[in-house]
Write a protein that binds this ligand. Structure first.
Ligand SMILES: Nc1ncnc2c1ncn2[C@@H]1O[C@H](COP(=O)(O)OP(=O)(O)OP(=O)(O)O)[C@@H](O)[C@H]1O
Length: 640
């Protein structure tokens, strides 16, 4: 580490948009030097001759507060000064948008998953804990990738640490050939050893950043000393050392093709993902990276005026409020079906009007376009119907059919006046939701919903499930492609582990979510609940061992059912749930197979829920309620 004063460059200054436009040649293609998840980066030359990089943010990203991230990036960069953060030809860190400043012992929690797949440690994925050890984990992944290459990194999962170190070391020796020195050789091994300690699952076992820096510096010094001792005409020692530490192009594992099987690097996967995204499904659903904010014309989607929606909802009066989601509030309104003009309560048809909150309107564009472009073109009894939308000045609203019983999560977690759902109704809802997903996954539509869960399932008067919330949906992979590679978005607790770890998105990710939903239906427990005791907060993790043993299944059954359920049906649902949340995506069933299982369960069971059979004896509701109470003690006794 160098003295702080050495790194004190001029404070960031304010630039006018006009000036940035001018120095980047009107953000021309020729000046473009990169593309990131949040914007494009351009080269600009100041009057002084200094060359700077200008990041032009796209628009706000749904689920992320871009204003906050922008402020974060500025604030944190201003407060943190180091040579490897802003200047010089050394590797440097940028992108402080998601960063947080906090004490080294502090732990904090987040709600949504944000980050780059593969770089996030298990405690964040499972319990959304953030500590300084988060960055240590990410650093470890980075070092391993530098040493072993991107493909090489994936080999780590298949071998022991010792085998991995040996393998990478051999490749380095082979590639360096005559230039290999004893300290270099030792340094390679040591470097991977350090990195492997950084990616320990248990964050307590990871070293601190200071320890990592200290150990890496020792390797550096030893190699430089050794290189300086011999007279090498090929290149300067510093150059070699710099390559060894930071230049992936120098990576023998990559260059030798050792780990090249299975295709390209991140960049290739992302570009193939974008190019494949432009295509038509049978319903002419078009969605591409370039046009993803555009709303496509559709005869079935009406355009409403803001004034009419305002009047239809009685000026968004509080007593018409149906609920609130991440993007805004939903109001009840009345319109004339033919003229779409507002009408008096009790006349015309009832609609649900979602008014997107105005704090981050720009960020809603992509979300809104996906919602309209998918829902406006699809039609299925288990999908909510979209009547239309309104885009006027700062107003963004969506108009849906009114689904009287609201969302499933309210029923499962008893919010508001909702009654607990009976076993039979749970099975009906599960089948309806499964049919909706099966429809999206079929060859003609080929859509990945990506944000499946109980808050996106609405219940009609007769408890028909209606899937809603297509804002994060995407077209599935086509042709030879096995998956899409995307930034990880979704809801904690539902996202499939391989999606979180790699960003690889397939329909099997939706099937994992469906398995999580089945667990919610069986248990009546929230997917993630920080109020539950440690070790029991993550529903999938704590339910899995019980589902694996037939005789333990009753331990996870919702006590609110009062014991009124069919045990044989519960066994089948538990087996299906377990299959859906299998860690190996290939072993998960298709949605068609899940629909067949659920149909079978409905056919087998009596229309009225059979009473819970235990050891051949019928258990009465009150007795089983007592059992239910004690059963929940297995999960710490707490319901939330
Ligand atoms: N079409 C509808 N008919 C009746 N009630 C609805 C309808 N759509 C939404 N609601 C009610 O409004 C609440 C909020 O809905 P919204 O879709 O905004 O929430 P969400 O699905 O939790 O959030 P998000 O889409 O932001 O993830 C729901 O829980 C539901 O009770």
């Amino acid at each position: 580490m160098e003295n702080e004063s050495q790194h004190t460059s001029a404070m960031p200054r304010d630039f006018t948009f006009q000036l940035l436009k001018q120095i980047t040649n009107d953000f021309s293609e020729d000046n473009r030097i990169g593309v990131g998840g949040y914007g494009l980066v351009y080269k600009g030359t100041l009057d002084s001759g200094e060359v700077i990089a200008v990041k032009k943010l796209y628009y706000k990203h749904p689920g992320l507060d871009s204003d906050k991230q922008f402020q974060n990036e500025c604030t944190n960069l201003m407060r943190v000064r180091h040579q490897n953060i802003v200047r010089n030809m050394m590797p440097k860190i940028g992108d402080f948008g998601l960063s947080r400043l906090f004490d080294s012992t502090e732990t904090c929690s987040t709600k949504g998953i944000i980050g780059t797949p593969g770089y996030m440690p298990p405690e964040y994925i499972n319990r959304f804990h953030i500590t300084p050890k988060f960055d240590v984990f990410s650093l470890g992944v980075t070092i391993i990738k530098i040493m072993a290459g991107h493909q090489g990194y994936s080999k780590l999962a298949d071998m022991s640490s010792q085998e991995f170190i040996q393998l990478v070391h051999e490749k380095w020796e082979k590639a360096l050939q005559t230039t290999v020195l004893s300290h270099t050789s030792h340094g390679v091994k040591k470097c991977i050893e350090i990195a492997l300690r950084c990616v320990e699952a248990d964050r307590v076992k990871r070293p601190t950043i200071a320890e990592v820096v200290d150990e890496l510096s020792k390797i550096d010094t030893a190699i430089i000393d050794e290189l300086n001792e011999i007279d090498t005409a090929r290149s300067s020692p510093i150059e070699q050392v710099t390559n060894l530490r930071s230049n992936q192009a120098f990576n023998p594992c990559v260059n030798s093709g050792m780990f090249s099987k299975g295709g390209g690097k991140d960049g290739k996967m992302i570009s193939s993902c974008s190019s494949q995204a432009i295509r038509a499904s049978s319903d002419s659903v078009l969605l591409s990276v370039d046009i993803k904010c555009q709303i496509l014309p559709s005869a079935s989607v009406k355009i409403f005026s803001y004034d009419n929606l305002r009047l239809a909802t009685r000026k968004f009066r509080a007593n018409t409020l149906l609920g609130e989601g991440g993007f805004g509030r939903v109001y009840k309104g009345w319109i004339d079906e033919n003229t779409l003009s507002p009408c008096k309560p009790g006349t015309g048809i009832i609609v649900a009007v979602k008014r997107l909150s105005q704090e981050s309107l720009q960020g809603h564009q992509e979300w809104l376009a996906a919602e309209v472009n998918y829902l406006g073109h699809l039609s299925h009894p288990n999908l909510v119907k979209l009547f239309g939308y309104c885009l006027e000045d700062e107003h963004q609203l969506l108009v849906y059919e009114f689904i009287p019983r609201g969302s499933l999560d309210n029923h499962l977690y008893r919010r508001g006046p909702c009654q607990p759902l009976s076993w039979n109704l749970r099975m009906k809802v599960a089948l309806g939701a499964a049919k909706a997903l099966a429809y999206l996954h079929c060859a003609e539509t080929n859509i990945i919903f990506r944000d499946f869960g109980s808050s996106h399932i609405l219940l009609d008067r007769d408890y028909t499930a209606k899937l809603a919330g297509f804002g994060l949906a995407v077209n599935g992979p086509v042709g030879e492609e096995s998956h899409l590679t995307t930034r990880v978005v979704g809801t904690h607790g539902y996202a499939a582990p391989e999606y979180i770890a790699t960003g690889h998105l397939t329909q099997k990710c939706d099937i994992y979510c469906f398995g999580v939903l089945l667990l919610e239906m069986l248990s009546g427990l929230r997917v993630l609940d920080p109020n539950r005791p440690a070790g029991e907060q993550h529903l999938v993790d704590c339910a899995r061992p019980y589902l694996e043993h037939k005789h333990k299944i009753r331990c996870v059954i919702d006590a609110n059912l009062g014991g009124i359920y069919s045990f044989s049906a519960a066994q089948k649902i538990a087996a299906l749930a377990l299959e859906c949340v299998c860690l190996d995506p290939k072993k998960r069933p298709t949605m068609d197979a899940a629909v067949s299982v659920l149909e079978g369960v409905q056919e087998d069971e009596e229309p009225e829920a059979a009473e819970h059979q235990e050891s051949g004896k019928k258990v009465t509701a009150s007795a089983s309620r007592k059992n239910g109470k004690s059963r929940w003690n297995i999960f710490g006794g707490g319901r939330s």
